[in-house]
Design a binder for this molecule. Structure first.
Ligand code: TXA
Ligand code: MG
Length: 311
């Protein structure tokens, strides 16, 4: 159900939830101070309570209301990447509801870069907490149609067009003064973070941290994913949705889409194609393996987790 910004504010003020656009993916939002609405997020998404939510702010100073013991390099991160697709994990202030942080001592904060959602947060005068607006472990939505397919037509959603980044934010643990841990790769790379802060940023976690995608299978579309390294392998496979990076020299008997060769443009199309494949009579999604260098890390992470097969 499409709603206006004004209606979104009314619903949020009445302890309801609304789906809102961000530059990465659509989020399912509740007011930071409404435990009733936050509980609705977990039940609508069918998400286990031990997966904490990201706090979305619109004013830089708010980070100090919700976090404590911030590292010296925080201001460099904010100057370089906010508003934008970087989520920063910091020690939390005691006032934050344990529903948001899954009882952990840290809180994840980001300033999204979408004018409509920044306007909603500013008009409310309070941050919003929001996970991606999809059922647990499924593919995140990058347009309003995806939100409605995943969560049903009854969910209130503000249409902010197609998300420009297309994959979820990079998440870093910034609770140490001398090291930054990259927990979830995204469009902002570890190298860019080190460049902005002069602090070493390493991919991986400290022990005992829960984070998104720590499940082996995540982001999964409704059709199974197969990865190929060579176009010739397609001949053996049943009719599928094929996402190619190289240019084929002969006709291929599949539903073939040609993917952008630049990682930013590729990321912006990735979930669109997974959602699109769900609607077509194809057996599976076949993806030509992207390059393995750093700029492709967020994309490769999503593809590997979505392709993971329990066995
Ligand atoms: O781009 C994004 O980050 C989108 C948009 C809507 O902002 N949001 C998003 O939220 O991807 P979600 O909930 O689907 O994934 C965020 C992940 C959670 O799964 C959670 O594990 C992790 O962030 N997270 C949140 N708070 C955390 C904390 N205190 N410590 C470690 N991980 C945390
Ligand atoms: Mg998610």
């Amino acid at each position: 159900m499409q709603i206006s910004v004004k209606e979104a504010i009314e619903i949020l003020n009445a302890d309801g939830v609304v789906a809102l656009p961000t530059e990465t993916v659509y989020g399912l939002a509740a007011r930071i101070d409404s435990d009733a609405a936050i509980s609705k997020i977990f039940s609508i998404k069918q998400r286990p309570a031990d997966h904490p939510l990201i706090v979305h702010i619109a004013e830089f100073e708010d980070v100090y209301h919700y976090a404590t013991e911030v590292p010296d390099y925080l201001l460099n991160l904010i100057a370089a990447f906010w508003p934008g697709p970087l989520t920063i994990i910091l020690k939390k202030q005691a006032s934050i509801s344990p529903l948001i942080t899954a009882n952990q001592t840290t809180v994840a904060i980001r300033m999204p870069n979408h004018p409509l959602t920044l306007a909603v947060i500013k008009m409310l005068g309070k941050p919003l907490v929001a996970p991606s607006a999809n059922r647990f472990c499924q593919t995140s939505p990058t347009c309003i149609e995806h939100v409605e397919t995943s969560l049903g037509e009854d969910v209130a959603v503000v249409d902010g067009g197609t998300c420009s980044v297309g994959i979820e934010s990079t998440i870093i643990d910034a609770t140490c003064q001398d090291k930054i841990y990259l927990l979830r790769p995204g469009s902002i790379t570890a190298e860019q973070i080190t460049e902005a802060t002069n602090v070493e940023c390493i991919v991986g976690t400290k022990a005992n941290v829960r984070f998104s995608g720590s499940h082996k299978k995540h982001y999964a579309p409704t059709k199974p994913i197969t990865l190929i390294s060579n176009i010739d392998d397609l001949k053996e496979l049943p009719f599928s949705y094929v996402m190619l990076l190289s240019d084929p020299t002969e006709v291929i008997n599949h539903h073939v889409v040609s993917m952008p060769k630049n990682p930013e443009e590729y990321a912006a199309m990735l979930y669109h194609h997974w959602h699109n494949a769900a609607k077509l009579p194809v057996q599976s999604i076949i993806i030509e393996r992207p390059p393995s260098n750093n700029e492709w890390q967020g994309i490769n992470d999503r593809i590997m987790k979505a392709a993971y097969k329990d066995s």
